[in-house]
Design a protein around this ligand. Structure first.
Ligand code: URA
Length: 263
């Protein structure tokens, strides 16, 4: 196995980062400083050290995280909690999030140290379906639903969105669904506006543009007040996992995604 691949799959850092470590002379193989990232090593018998500490091989890892609202999808942030604050630090050096969820979006987020897996999941040509559950202010008539399904303009200079699937779950008045809505405080609705129409449902998209679900629903006349990703490809969020918890994907789940290598 290549030295840079070994290090990336051993929680030392992402491929491009470990290449820098190698070039800077921070890596030893069997007591000798090696500066060539492509060097072939044997992960079972060679002793590899980073900054003098033995690196043990972990292999590819795939985590499912149930993201709570209020944290941002980033490694570090000076003002906000990030998704990495929910993980044990020492395991996560080479691990990165696959795509992003907005700060106020909840639900399924994958993290991995497998760059190929990330690339395939994120590549628009792979058409991997991502399904979001939403609550929004407004309503969706047949025409709006058709627009969402067939493609809709969501911003100046942007092309139509790719075909999507919309399934309406609830539609009616805020006063009737207020108790079902998983939001404590809707500060733009007061009791005088109890007759505000609301709608909930599932929107499935295959792209990953910025704030895409919110913008699609906005273009269809709705304002999203709650958003949660419930599935990616054939992989469903494990709802038995509380918000803020994570676990490794099982082999069956990795297979469901149809990409990545089974550990
Ligand atoms: N679409 C959005 O609008 N927000 C997300 O977090 C994910 C998809």
């Amino acid at each position: 196995m290549r030295l840079d691949k070994f290090l990336a799959e051993s929680s030392v850092g992402r491929r491009k980062i470990v290449r820098i470590y190698i070039k800077e002379g921070l890596i030893e193989v069997n007591g000798e400083v090696i500066t060539e990232p492509s060097m072939d090593i044997n992960e079972n018998s060679d002793v590899i050290k980073y900054l003098g500490k033995v690196v043990s091989y972990t292999g590819k890892v795939y985590y499912m995280f149930n993201k709570p609202a209020g944290c941002i999808t980033a490694r570090k942030d000076k003002d906000h909690r990030t998704v990495f604050d929910f993980f044990d630090d020492d395991k996560m050096n080479g691990v990165f999030h696959v795509g992003r969820l907005d700060k106020d979006t909840e639900g399924l987020l994958l993290l991995t140290n497998d760059g190929e897996f990330e690339h395939k999941l994120m590549h628009p040509q792979e058409h991997i379906e991502k399904t979001y559950f939403f609550w929004a202010l407004g309503s969706l008539d047949e025409e709006n639903r058709k627009q969402l399904e067939q493609g809709i303009y969501i911003g100046k200079g942007e092309i139509l969105t790719k075909p999507a699937k919309i399934e309406v779950h609830r539609c009616g008045m805020y006063k009737d669904f207020k108790h079902e809505m998983p939001i404590d405080n809707l500060n733009n609705i007061d009791s005088n506006q109890y007759n505000q129409p609301v709608v909930s449902g599932y929107l499935t998209i295959t792209e990953g543009r910025n704030h895409q679900v919110k913008r699609m629903l906005k273009a269809a006349g709705c304002y999203v007040v709650y958003l949660k990703r419930v599935s990616i490809g054939g992989l469903m969020l494990d709802e038995s996992m509380e918000k803020g918890r994570y676990r490794l994907l099982t082999e069956v789940e990795i297979k469901k995604l149809g990409i990545g290598r089974v550990i």
